[in-house]
Design a protein around this ligand. Structure first.
Ligand SMILES: *[C@@H]1O[C@H](CO)[C@@H](O)[C@H](O)[C@H]1NC(C)=O
Ligand SMILES: *[C@@H]1O[C@H](CO)[C@@H](O)[C@H](O)[C@H]1NC(C)=O
Ligand SMILES: *[C@@H]1O[C@H](CO)[C@@H](O)[C@H](O)[C@H]1NC(C)=O
Ligand SMILES: *[C@@H]1O[C@H](CO)[C@@H](O)[C@H](O)[C@H]1NC(C)=O
Ligand SMILES: *[C@@H]1O[C@H](CO)[C@@H](O)[C@H](O)[C@H]1NC(C)=O
Ligand SMILES: *[C@@H]1O[C@H](CO)[C@@H](O)[C@H](O)[C@H]1NC(C)=O
Ligand SMILES: *[C@@H]1O[C@H](CO)[C@@H](O)[C@H](O)[C@H]1NC(C)=O
Ligand SMILES: *[C@@H]1O[C@H](CO)[C@@H](O)[C@H](O)[C@H]1NC(C)=O
Ligand SMILES: *[C@@H]1O[C@H](CO)[C@@H](O)[C@H](O)[C@H]1NC(C)=O
Ligand SMILES: *[C@@H]1O[C@H](CO)[C@@H](O)[C@H](O)[C@H]1NC(C)=O
Ligand SMILES: *[C@@H]1O[C@H](CO)[C@@H](O)[C@H](O)[C@H]1NC(C)=O
Ligand SMILES: *[C@@H]1O[C@H](CO)[C@@H](O)[C@H](O)[C@H]1NC(C)=O
Length: 365
């Protein structure tokens, strides 16, 4: 008797918890902000410029090596494109692409139908089906981008500061940018045309913080949001991530739409984009910018790449900041798992093979 009662009690308790958990996790049409459990923390450098300046040991081999070589030869200072600096690296390539790769290879491996799928303007954020486990082919709520002739992909490297590349960038038919950069204050250097903004996990979380944490209203991110207005926000990753879920993304979109009065369209990728890219380009953890470049290569006839640069000095030996906007941070002061060096060599290789054009100098013709 006692045993049965205990069993019954436990069963009811278990049932209750199950129903509760089900109800709490079930998506309802109202968007409720909830705390996110992070598996990775956002990390910002706490190093001052002075400290970095006086600390030679923090300079990685690859940086000092390549930079020294680079500056010594100072060939590329003359051209607007880096051409032969990488030949040696490319030959003994341990990191970048091992196989010959053509534009056709990339087009073949990333079909436009699966690469970027854009929700129609009239689809409400609440009604977007972000259930990737059950993706059906394009239908009337989504469409994919039409092909473009000339595209620019604009990375955020400090190499763009004082570059005067704005006009060159804007002369492209279609412009990709990454992770909500500051455009308004640097139009002369980076232009202002913005068709697609790739917003990746870390930035999604920053936007989430901006929406949920009133004390962050005045953060610089809030001031940069204008770049999103009128653009397509593309989230190029699976929602299976424990960090950023489909629910998080909806909340962020709804929030920036209403709280900051922004108009935009949202786009997602089919599953497999990242995996495909990792295999094809032999990069373990591609940056957001690299994703944009792959997208552009699939979409556009000609791809012009700006603002990608992994070194701490430019070709005249001047310091290069991690980003062209915001305070000065040296690239190697960041705790990052990206391999900027490998990516840059990949880009140089693609440049050498005329798959794309990589610009690392200023545009003062
Ligand atoms: C850093 O290294 C350079 C070249 O090796 C040297 O000239 C400079 O004095 C060093 N700076 C410090 C603070 O050690
Ligand atoms: C110099 O840089 C290294 C590597 O980033 C760091 O571990 C070390 O604490 C730094 N030293 C000083 C004096 O800042
Ligand atoms: C630079 O590269 C050479 C070979 O290319 C290597 O022997 C050396 O250890 C590297 N690092 C530095 C700091 O010179
Ligand atoms: C680049 O390298 C190739 C072969 O190594 C050479 O023929 C060409 O002249 C070089 N170009 C420049 C600009 O140095
Ligand atoms: C690129 O395409 C060529 C010809 O279609 C093929 O032989 C080669 O294996 C491809 N390379 C990669 C990395 O897929
Ligand atoms: C790229 O496409 C070719 C055929 O077009 C295919 O054989 C190859 O497996 C693809 N590679 C990747 C990494 O998807
Ligand atoms: C279109 O696709 C979306 C998402 O893939 C789905 O939610 C919706 O039910 C589909 N609509 C039609 C009419 O098939
Ligand atoms: C998120 O995706 C899961 C499956 O992966 C699905 O069950 C759920 O309905 C989706 N939620 C939203 C808000 O789209
Ligand atoms: C909100 O932002 C401030 C300033 O960055 C921070 O100190 C605080 O912990 C944040 N609060 C929450 C709930 O994240
Ligand atoms: C931040 O924005 C919220 C909502 O718009 C507002 O209620 C709050 O007062 C703002 N906080 C600051 C510090 O401006
Ligand atoms: C975004 O663009 C729309 C349409 O051009 C405009 O009405 C709105 O004020 C803009 N929002 C911001 C924050 O500038
Ligand atoms: C590289 O060349 C430019 C001119 O093309 C010159 O102004 C600059 O000082 C040179 N840099 C180095 C480190 O020699």
């Amino acid at each position: 008797m006692k045993f049965t009662l205990v069993t019954l009690f436990i069963t009811i308790l278990f049932f209750g918890i199950t129903v509760y958990v089900f109800l709490m996790t079930k998506w309802s049409t109202t968007l409720n902000f909830r705390p996110i459990t992070r598996t990775t923390q956002l990390k910002y450098p706490s190093v001052t410029t002075e400290l970095i300046k006086n600390n030679n040991s923090s300079i990685n081999n690859w940086i000092s090596n390549v930079t020294t070589e680079h500056i010594k030869n100072n060939n590329s200072g003359i051209n607007s494109r880096i051409s032969n600096v990488t030949t040696e690296h490319d030959k003994n390539n341990n990191f970048g692409i091992n196989n010959l790769i053509s534009k056709q290879n990339i087009t073949d491996n990333f079909s436009l139908r699966t690469l970027i799928r854009i929700y129609q303007k009239d689809i409400q954020i609440e009604d977007m089906d972000l259930d990737q486990s059950n993706w059906i082919p394009l239908n009337k709520s989504t469409y994919h981008l039409p092909r473009q002739k000339n595209c620019a992909v604009v990375g955020n490297s400090g190499i763009l500061r004082n570059s005067a590349c704005g006009e060159d960038i804007d002369s492209n038919d279609f412009v990709f940018r990454c992770n909500v950069p500051d455009v308004d204050n640097y139009v002369k250097d980076v232009g202002h045309k913005t068709n697609v903004n790739i917003v990746f996990q870390t930035t999604m979380l920053e936007l989430y913080d901006l929406c949920t944490n009133a004390t962050l209203n005045e953060s610089t991110l809030a001031e940069r949001l204008n770049v999103l207005n009128g653009s397509i926000i593309w989230y190029p990753e699976s929602f299976k991530s424990k960090i950023v879920t489909n629910e998080t993304v909806k909340l962020v979109l709804k929030c920036i739409e209403t709280k900051f009065n922004l108009q935009f369209q949202f786009a997602v990728s089919a599953l497999g984009f990242t995996g495909n890219m990792r295999r094809l380009l032999n990069l373990k953890k591609p940056t957001t910018g690299m994703r944009a470049i792959v997208a552009a290569l699939s979409l556009c006839e000609h791809v012009n790449v700006y603002g990608f640069y992994p070194y701490i000095f430019d070709q005249n030996g001047k310091n290069v900041s991690y980003h062209y906007y915001g305070p000065f941070f040296r690239l190697d002061s960041f705790d990052t798992s990206h391999n900027y060096s490998a990516e840059f060599h990949t880009l140089q290789t693609l440049d050498n093979r005329n798959v794309l054009r990589l610009f690392t100098n200023d545009c003062k013709h």
